[in-house]
Design a protein around this ligand. Structure first.
Ligand code: F3S
Length: 65
């Protein structure tokens, strides 16, 4: 069962690409917005680095119960 939910708040994304650079495993650019490849993941891994590095903090990670 997935333990984390990862989302990009697209309205806030400025398309800088830092997340896709920090974590190509789980982020890709789709036009000028970032897209999460897997929204539900078991291990947070580099998705946390992507969230920490986003200049507008628009990557949301929710720990699931
Ligand atoms: Fe957007 Fe932040 Fe990635 S601004 S492109 S979600 S690093």
């Amino acid at each position: 069962m997935a333990k984390f939910k990862v989302e990009v708040i697209k309205e806030d994304c400025i398309g800088c690409g830092a997340c896709a650079a920090a974590c190509p495993d789980n982020f890709e650019m789709e036009g000028d917005k970032a897209k999460v490849k897997k929204a539900m993941i078991d291990e947070i891994g580099c998705s946390q680095d992507a969230a920490d590095g986003c200049p507008v903090s628009c990557i949301k990670i929710t720990k699931l119960k």
